[in-house]
Design a binder for this molecule. Structure first.
Ligand code: ZN
Length: 135
């Protein structure tokens, strides 16, 4: 599973939409990891006043994470691969391209977002075409 060289990668049209997805995903994952911790602090807090603060933080974290996921869904329905017209951020049960990248324990879409953060490029999971975020 080697990342294709930069020179073969095409630019993705209107890559700003992908940057939005990247930052919403970052917010969502922070919420996913913060939620159990905040919930734990809420349940095991002795002082009722402080407990109320933890409860508010837990609820806020839940709403923020759910809102981020909803926005990712709404933006993701509009983003299609320019070559194969596949909705790259929607979950599909079809067979993926052999060149599509998938990290262990992560989904294809999450792997794409991680690749955007690490390499600034990604591979379409349907047609296997490498894209880059920058020109
Ligand atoms: Zn594609």
């Amino acid at each position: 599973m080697k990342m294709p060289a930069v020179k073969y990668a095409r630019t993705f049209p209107r890559a700003g939409r992908l940057v939005k997805i990247m930052f919403l995903s970052a917010i969502m994952w922070v919420c996913v990891f913060a939620f159990p911790y905040l919930g734990y602090r809420m349940f095991f807090e002795e002082d009722p006043d402080v407990q109320r603060i933890w409860a508010g933080a837990t609820l806020g974290c839940l709403l923020l994470g759910a809102g981020a996921r909803l926005l990712i869904y709404l933006i993701g329905t509009k983003i299609r691969c320019p070559l194969c017209q596949g909705a790259v951020f929607q979950t599909a049960r079809c067979r993926m391209n052999p060149n599509a990248r998938k990290y262990l324990f992560f989904s294809y879409s999450t792997t794409m977002v991680l690749d955007m953060f690490i390499f600034r490029r990604f591979v379409c999971k349907y047609c296997g075409t490498p894209f880059r975020l920058r020109k």
